[in-house]
Design a protein. Structure first.
Ligand code: FAD
Length: 296
């Protein structure tokens, strides 16, 4: 029986609504908490389809995901999506966290495997009594009948996937296990996104795939992160930002312009919406919205 309240992300998209969503991470201290809530308040007027909160590598940071998503459910008009990973958890622990999400009024979960504690390039070691792949977490959440489930997608392929086709097979398996929508890793070429969508559609699966947008505000940091997670920063993008070297304001502006161009290409090509990696700040997202002439 379907016991999920309200309408889900996939239903909203199927109705033809363009989806906008914002991702946050659990703040580490009081100053971070203040910054997060300012970003949430700044972005709420855009009536996002959902806002998501990532799940950290361990410790109190994980409880913060529950606390922040339940506060969003309680105090705002927005739909929170709580991320959850298999890292370091037994099945019983994962079930208990799913219980706590439901108790907090959180009915959307982003079901992820997570990365090994040594980083995204390290070999995956499953936790004894835990789960191996995100698909199993999708199955676990789906079996409850009370969750709407999102999953991760990789326009350039997950770094440990054998091929782009094998990577698409994994996303298809997650959709068949009960995932309703997918959000992509950051990427900088629209054709990588459309290639992934095509591979998934060729396999007969129509799961909405929301492109994840990360504006380049610090080129060196994004290139480092890209190397770890398998996202290439194309030479023309590097060249356009590097051309403003020595002028931090112009470099930032170019990063925003590039992100807005990517967003425009994605929407024009039929992407069902945009998912913004906000890093708990609203400024860059608001600047991109302004460039795209998206208003409240
Ligand atoms: P899976 O889908 O399980 O895939 C992991 C690897 O296993 C892939 O290489 C896949 O090809 C392979 N694989 C999967 N199933 C099989 C199978 N049956 N047989 C063989 N190989 C298989 N990390 C966090 O720690 N916290 C977060 O909150 C978080 N949020 C994220 C949000 C988004 C939108 C994205 C894109 C990533 C996020 N991540 C987060 C990072 C994510 O956890 C890592 O990218 C992780 O390495 C893969 O997670 P997954 O859910 O895609 O795993």
């Amino acid at each position: 029986m379907d016991r999920r309240p309200g309408r889900g992300v996939a239903e909203l998209i199927a109705e033809g609504q363009r989806s906008f969503s914002f991702e946050f991470f659990p703040p580490r201290d009081e100053a971070g908490e203040t910054q997060l809530w300012k970003a949430i308040q700044d972005l709420e007027p855009f009536e996002p389809t959902f806002v998501s909160v990532t799940y950290g590598a361990g410790g109190s940071n994980r409880d913060t995901t529950i606390r922040v998503t339940s506060r969003i459910a309680r105090e705002t008009s927005m739909t929170p999506v709580a991320h959850l990973t298999c890292v370091g958890h037994t099945r019983a622990e994962l079930e208990a966290i799913l219980d706590s999400y439901l108790a907090a009024g959180v009915h959307h979960v982003m079901a992820l495997r997570g990365d090994p504690e040594e980083g995204p390039r390290a070999a995956w070691t499953p936790t004894p009594g835990g789960l191996d792949y995100a698909t199993e977490l999708v199955e676990m959440a789906h079996a409850r009948g009370e969750f709407r489930i999102g999953v991760a997608a990789f326009p350039e392929g997950h770094p440990s996937a054998e091929s782009l086709d094998a990577d698409a097979d994994v996303l298809v398996a997650k959709a068949r296990a009960g995932a309703e929508f997918a959000v992509t890793q950051m990427f900088f070429r629209a054709e990588d996104y459309f290639g992934l969508v095509e591979r998934v559609r060729d396999r007969g699966v129509d799961i909405p795939i929301l492109p994840g947008i990360m504006p380049i505000l610090n080129l060196a940091a994004i290139r480092r992160q890209g190397e770890l997670i398998g996202t290439d920063v194309p030479a023309d993008v590097v060249a356009r930002i590097s051309a403003k070297d020595g002028d931090p304001v112009a470099m930032r502006a170019e990063g925003i312009t590039l992100a807005a161009e990517l967003c425009a290409d994605l929407l024009a090509g039929g992407a069902p919406g945009l998912h913004f990696y906000t890093l708990n700040r609203s400024k860059a997202t608001l600047e991109i919205f302004q460039a795209l002439q998206i208003t409240v």
